[in-house]
Design a protein around this ligand. Sequence first.
Ligand code: UDP
Ligand code: MG
Length: 327
Amino acid sequence: MALLSIVLPAYNEEQNIAITADRLSSLLEQNNIDYELVFISDGSSDNTFEQIVNAAAENPRIKGAEFSRNFGKEAGIFAGLELTEGDAVIVMDCDLQHPPEVIPEMWRLWRNGAEVVEGIKIGRGREGLLHKAFAGLFYKIMSAFIKMDMNSSSDYKLLDRKVVRVLLELPERNTFFRALTFWAGFRTESVYYEVQERQYGRSKWSFVSLMKYAITNATSFSTLPLQAVTIMGFVSIFFSFILAVQTLVKYCSGTAVEGFTTVILLILIIGGFLMISLGIIGHYIGRIYEEVKGRPRYIISRTTENVPEAVKGVWKKRQGTNIERKT
Ligand code: UDP
Ligand code: MG
């Protein structure tokens, strides 16, 4: 019988773990799906990991790990994927905003041969106006950059084991899970869902963190901003050519170009272009620097007891430390 793994990154979600685990296990049992739940606590400062341990003690199909600090949702997803053993893997939020009811449909599509099942949002839930506008703009730009329709896509997806293997073998540290499945290709189907209200706690995103997320992801998926530097260069050369002609004509006809205004404007414009260009290039160099250091994506500090030795071995090798605490 095929096994379905569900990866649930959790950051300070102590109130949601037990509820989510119950909802998912009863739903999957009703539908006769063989499953395992993988919770990754992303360096939570509350009792999220203790809740995961409790859930695992009640239900051996539940396992999990804790990060040594907050590494972000992307890292949580990848650590979770590493831990899964299923033939198909679903990634979803553990705050029940991704409705579990579509899981049987995803599963059915997978059984019928889909290798990736994308969860597509209809409506964006009750997000703030600013958040909504910003998210909309972000996805428009992203879609244009990576030439794939990213609008309404989410981290709620089902992946075949093949696809999981491909993603886990990617060498980069800075990942963007949502777009990587588009990039990877494979036979893709979609399911549609309405974003639900958050059960407990609040969203972990601030405007600043969203902004950072947008810039990091846009640049990790595209070198278009670098080409923009070249375009800016051409634009300024074009204008300087016109100005040069004008200056020469005026010089020859005996009238001088209007003095300081032109000079000041030119310095300001070119200075602005140069600084933006340096900033863009600097940003890419920063990203290269981060990748070159080759640090692990995340550090595991604790795991539940039922985590397989093989996975522990992979983690140990990658982070160079023993993940088991000797007491
Ligand atoms: N999350 C995480 N690490 C973080 C932030 C969030 O693992 O640094 C998890 C969080 O626990 C939740 C999911 O990512 O399961 C989505 O986060 P959240 O609900 O805060 O985002 P939103 O639904 O508002 O986009
Ligand atoms: Mg949420």
